[in-house]
Design a protein around this ligand. Structure first.
Ligand code: CA
Length: 200
């Protein structure tokens, strides 16, 4: 490899730029000159790695919903026990409802116990003309009803009443209307209930 001294240049930062030419192939390497900035680059690399790790952890926690937990309910949300609830004024399909709850750092409603069911019944009964999507769905009509976290329903708590489905269609999503749970076509638009967990 031939080294050409006329290819040695100092840039504005005091770095040395060396051009190496070997058998017609040009390779340019930039190396740090001796001095304090050799350490600067090491620090920059370590900082970059730490930032990358932090971003990854944040993304993972966000995906797990951990960061959606807060200590107080946003305005327009109702607080009950350890959750905040939003009864929407707009109507969407089940899938869009799910996505919107997620955008608001929450999930479609999951009814965990009799106390929560009583609270929800009380609220939906005040809006007798409205149906509300909840976070209950199934893959097909033979599959079990599952909450958004993958858990099944308690039969003593939730009874989903079947409604007539069009031919070749399956009602795989659930809404609540006047305290009764009905299966419905997921593409129907309806009001929906989002739930956000609180740190107590
Ligand atoms: Ca719940």
């Amino acid at each position: 490899m031939a080294f050409h001294s006329d290819n040695v240049h100092l840039d504005e930062d005091g770095y040395t730029q060396l051009d190496f030419r070997s058998r017609g192939t040009l390779r340019t390497l930039v190396n740090s000159k001796k001095g304090s900035c050799a350490g600067c680059r090491t620090i920059a690399v370590i900082s970059g790695i730490l930032c990358l790790i932090l971003l990854t952890v944040t993304a993972v926690l966000g995906a797990m919903g951990t960061l959606s937990i807060s200590r107080s309910c946003p305005s327009d949300w109702l607080k009950h026990r350890k959750s905040c609830y939003l009864f929407t004024d707009t109507q969407e399909s089940w899938y869009v409802s799910k996505r919107k709850c997620s955008l608001w750092n929450s999930s479609l409603l999951k009814i965990d116990n009799a106390d929560e069911l009583e609270f929800i019944d009380e609220k939906v009964d005040l809006q007798k003309t409205k149906s509300f999507w909840i976070g209950l769905s199934r893959k097909d009509k033979e599959a079990p009803w599952l909450w958004e976290d993958g858990s099944g329903i308690s039969p003593e708590l939730i009874d989903v009443k079947p409604t007539p489905a069009p031919q070749n269609a399956s009602h795989n999503c659930v809404w609540i209307h006047q305290s009764i749970f009905y299966d419905q076509l997921c593409s129907h638009v309806s009001y929906f209930i989002c739930e956000k967990r609180l740190v107590m």
